[in-house]
Design a protein around this ligand. Structure first.
Ligand code: NI
Length: 169
């Protein structure tokens, strides 16, 4: 297993719609293991393949640091079957360091996906797990949480981002 480099905003791969996983081969297993390692090393509660530069529909989630009853989850080609309710939560992202913002999402959802062996799964989730799943699914569609905040807040984020970049240079 190896920790991979996490792509940061505004890398183009983060804005791309990822392609479905089609081969459940050794390369995929290695990628999944590396993503798990990378998520724990960061540390983060979720990581999507585009965040390590691989534009495939794959994500890993582990919210056990916040709620220990939840195991590590590997989501491959996930799709939301239904969702309901509304919840607002202060989100962050490993690809956008040092910035968090409140995002509104569905509170409860049912999701279809494949596990790492290619078996079909249906997962019901609510609260933090549902939020994490929607955040990671967004990554697979080239969306970041800053795409879901108000235009005024987004402009504020961009300005602050440009300022910190200039400070680094
Ligand atoms: Ni993220």
């Amino acid at each position: 297993m190896a920790v991979r480099d996490i792509k940061k905003y505004p890398e183009p791969v983060l804005k791309k719609k990822a392609a479905p996983v089609t081969a459940f081969d050794d390369e995929l297993q290695r990628l999944i293991d590396d993503m798990i390692e990378t998520m724990y090393a960061a540390p983060g509660v979720g990581l999507a393949a585009p965040q390590v530069g691989i534009s495939r529909r794959l994500a890993v989630i582990d919210i056990s640091s916040r709620d220990e009853k939840f195991p590590l989850i590997v989501l491959i080609n996930p799709s939301i079957v239904r969702s309901e309710g509304e919840i607002e939560f202060e989100e962050g992202c490993l690809s956008i360091p040092d910035y968090t913002a409140k995002v509104r999402r569905a509170d409860t959802l049912v999701l279809n996906c494949l596990d790492r062996e290619g078996r079909e799964l249906e997962i019901e989730a609510c609260g933090l797990l549902a939020i994490a799943m929607q955040h990671e699914l967004d990554h697979l569609d080239g969306l970041l949480f800053i795409d879901r905040i108000s235009p005024i807040k987004r402009e504020f984020f961009r300005k602050r981002y440009r300022k910190t970049r200039q400070a680094v240079k």
